[in-house]
Structure formats: structure tokens, C-alpha cells
Design a protein around this ligand. Structure first.
Ligand SMILES: [Zn+2]
Ligand SMILES: [Zn+2]
Ligand SMILES: [Zn+2]
Length: 429
């Protein structure tokens, strides 16, 4: 299953275009703009179709021409914008489409649907097979007969789409028992009304879903329908990272077939990148220390000891340069610190030699393969060099050049890229 976030924001988006609150001002300054929450699965199934969704798809380079089914959670306009059906009626070459939604949505859609659309009304507990997907409607704590959706794809990928809702009804939680979702999208509108969740009620919902086996260690948990009642984007990212979750952004794509979650954390020396990276993983973590031993260097030993002291007791530390091998054999969360020392080891016997680049190319290809194939949560820390003065020596320039190449290639294959500056994380991807 390939889940694309056409939008990840609340009804008014975020920032709210009219608003001058701190959270909106910060979101705009950080360039993080979110439209109405809507997802596109495998380019074939849409969940929620507000006014922003269809255009967001085009801006992300995809069209809705191949969509065979649309699921709508409830009649609120940010989730169902009937006018979008009129546009479909004006299109050429449209195929059959199934609209699955609570009866009130179907009532609103009346008169806008073209002849190719078949409607299927649903109430909580209903199960529908459509376009190869297995869909179950779930209870929501939200007005106007709203439902949530449990969706299983043709490839077995499983998604819980849970917006809009307040504290999850027990009947809904019961239906998610042992579902072991690949992806959970859970609303975090932030507005302090009972039909939505806030940062004070959200963590308990995640815990509850964990208790019943809906969320497991392999589940990716993302907040959707986020709005300006939340703290600014970078602060929200920090708060959710501490819960093992992320705030979805418009344009995010989650591929459940790759299973894992790859996070690349960049930062200059002493930027706080290692401490931040350590906060992203929990449980029985394998810590891969790439630092080669430096006999007789007391200062180095002290730095390593400080890193060690910060790690919880149930972590296993392995000192090796074989990062690809560690990623391939990993079954639980892995933290690799860091890419610069990995590169030092790769180049170790090749400095000032024409064999340096071929050795690097081979090692990077192997690392990239392993990184793409990761089936768990993997966090890779990378130092930033080369943004200041050009190094004096040829080997220094080679190092900066190759580190830049490795970082760029790995970033392209990562689910998330975070840069830490002065202890402050900023999502780049
Ligand atoms: Zn909404
Ligand atoms: Zn605001
Ligand atoms: Zn609503």
C-alpha cells in the first residue's frame, strides 16, 4: 500500500489564512502549509474529499483519473465537498467509481454524481469489498453520523484512518483488536472540544490502541487533521517524536510494502543531533557505533563514555563499520551514529589513492540497498560538513565531497529527514 497525504490539516488548514496566532505565524514562517486532510492510496482509492484534495493531488504530480473508490468519513465540508463530483462529471474517460459513505454524505452528493458512480451507504460495523480493498466502517466520537475506516489493501497492507473523532469509542477500539496496522492516521485537531483530540488526549488514544494490539512496534503512527490550536510545527514534531509518532505533512508518502521507517538526522558537531536521534527510538534498541577505536586518546574515550552513559540499559551497543550488515540483520529498532565515521572507515586504507572513489561507490551502493530494505525503525545520524570553509587538504576535500554524496543519496531513500540546528529539529522531508 502506498499512502499519499494529499492533505494533513484541519478544516481551516494550518496556518489558518486569516489568523495571526503564534502557531499560524510560525507555520507560515517555517513554510509548512497544510490543506484539508485527504489521502490517496495506490492512486486507486481516496479517503475524504474536501475542497483542497483534488488540486493538492495535481500539485503533487498525480491525477485522480485512476481512482476506483472514494471513502468519506462524514458530511463536514472539509471531508466532503460535493462540487468535486461535478468536476468529475465534466471529465473525459472516467471509469466506474464506488462512493462509500454514511447516508448523510450520500444525501449531500445527490444531484452532483455522474452515471459512473455507485453509492454504498455505511454505518459502523459494515464491511465492504471495493476495488480490491477490504473496508470496515468504525465508530467515531463526532457528530453527523461520522465513521472512521479500517482499510486492508490487495497486498495485505493495513491502514487505520481515524479522523474526525474525540476520545475513541470503546466499540471502535474493540474492532481494532489485534489488527497490527501498518499505518495509523489519528486526528489531532487540537481544538479543545470533545469531538476532536488534543495533545492532552492524543497520547492516551495511542496507548489504548497499543494495549489492544492495533498499534505494535512496527506500526507507523501519524497525526492528521492538525490545526493551529497545536504548538508550532517544529514544537509539535518534537512533542510527537517523544511518543514515537510524527505529524503528517501534505505530500508525505508512506509505503507499507517496505515496512520500515527510515529517519536521517543531520546536524553539525554538538548540534544535539545524537540526543534527538536517541529520542526517536525505544525498547530493545541496537546502537551501532561506527567510531573506530582510538588507542591513547583520552578526550575521545571521554566523549564515547558520555554517549554510553546516556543510553538506557536495555540497549545493545555494537561497534562496527558494517552498517549495511547491521541494517540487514536488524529485527528491532536500530540507531546508527554516525555516517561520517562510517565514511572514515570506508576510506581508511584508500586515502590519497585512486582506489578511494571506487571503494566508496561500492560501500555506498551496499549501504543504500540495506537502507531501502530496512524492515524496522532505523535512525541514521549524519554530520554536516562542507557548508563552511573548503578543507585545506585533498583528503579533507574528498571527505566533504563523498559525505555530501552519501547524505544526498540516503536522504532520497529516507522516509523522514530532520536537520538539528542548535538543538532544534526541523523536518526537511
Ligand atoms: Zn474535519
Ligand atoms: Zn492561528
Ligand atoms: Zn468534522
Amino acid at each position: 500500500m502506498r499512502i499519499r497525504l494529499l492533505g494533513s490539516g484541519a478544516s481551516d488548514g494550518w496556518p489558518n489564512p486569516w489568523c495571526s496566532c503564534g502557531s499560524c505565524v510560525a507555520a507560515l514562517a517555517q513554510g509548512v502549509v497544510r490543506g484539508n486532510t485527504s489521502v490517496l492510496v495506490d492512486d486507486r482509492l481516496v479517503i475524504d474529499l474536501g475542497p483542497d484534495g483534488p488540486r493538492a493531488a495535481l500539485r503533487q504530480g498525480v491525477s485522480l483519473a485512476g481512482v476506483e473508490a472514494v471513502l468519506v468519513t462524514h458530511r463536514h465540508l472539509d471531508h466532503h465537498f460535493p462540487r468535486a463530483w461535478v468536476w468529475r462529471g465534466w471529465a473525459e474517460g472516467t471509469g466506474p467509481l464506488t462512493l462509500i459513505a454514511p447516508p448523510l454524505v450520500l444525501q449531500d452528493a445527490q444531484g452532483t454524481l455522474d452515471g459512473g458512480v455507485t453509492v454504498v451507504p455505511v454505518v459502523p460495523g459494515d464491511r465492504v469489498r471495493t476495488a480490491g480493498y477490504d473496508v470496515v466502517a468504525l465508530e467515531a466520537e463526532h457528530p453527523d453520523d461520522a465513521v472512521l475506516y479500517d482499510v486492508t489493501g490487495p497486498d495485505g497492507g493495513r491502514l487505520l484512518y481515524a479522523t474526525d473523532t474525540g476520545v475513541l469509542p470503546e466499540a471502535m477500539v474493540d474492532r481494532t483488536r489485534d489488527r497490527n496496522y501498518d499505518v495509523v492516521l489519528l486526528e489531532l485537531a487540537g481544538s479543545p472540544i470533545p469531538s476532536h483530540l488534543t495533545l492532552s488526549t492524543w497520547p492516551a488514544q495511542v496507548d489504548r490502541l497499543r494495549e489492544v494490539g492495533a498499534i505494535t512496534d512496527r506500526t507507523r503512527v501519524l497525526a492528521i487533521h492538525v490545526g493551529h490550536h497545536n504548538p508550532p510545527p517544529d514544537e509539535l514534531d518534537r512533542r510527537l517524536a517523544a511518543l514515537g509518532a510524527t505529524a503528517a505533512r501534505d505530500g508525505d508518502v508512506i509505503d507499507t510494502t517496505t515496512g520500515g521507517r527510515r529517519v536521517l538526522v543531520l546536524g553539525a558537531q554538538s548540534s544535539g543531533k545524537s540526543a534527538y536521534a536517541e529520542g526517536l527510538v525505544g525498547g530493545a534498541v541496537t546502537y551501532v557505533a561506527t567510531a573506530p577505536p582510538r588507542p591513547g586518546d583520552d578526550d575521545w574515550d571521554r566523549r564515547i563514555a558520555a554517549h554510553l552513559a546516556r543510553r538506557p540499559d536495555d540497549w545493545t551497543t555494537i561497534e562496527t563499520g558494517d552498517v549495511a550488515g547491521m541494517l540487514r540483520s536488524a529485527t528491532g529498532p536500530v540507531l546508527v551514529d554516525d555516517l561520517g565515521l562510517w565514511l572514515t572507515r570506508v576510506l581508511d586504507s584508500h586515502w590519497d589513492s585512486p582506489t578511494a572513489r571506487p571503494a566508496f561507490d561500492t560501500a555506498l551502493a551496499e549501504l543504500l540497498d540495506a537502507w531501502r530494505a530496512v524492515d524496522t525503525t532505523a535512525v541514521l545520524v549524519a554530520p554536516e560538513v562542507g557548508s563552511g570553509v573548503v578543507p585545506q587538504t585533498a583528503s579533507g576535500r574528498l571527505f566533504a565531497d563523498l559525505l555530501g554524496k552519501a547524505t544526498t543519496a540516503l536522504a532520497g531513500a529516507s522516509d523522514e529527514v530532520v536537520q538539528v540546528v542548535a538543538g532544534q529539529p526541523r523536518r526537511l522531508r
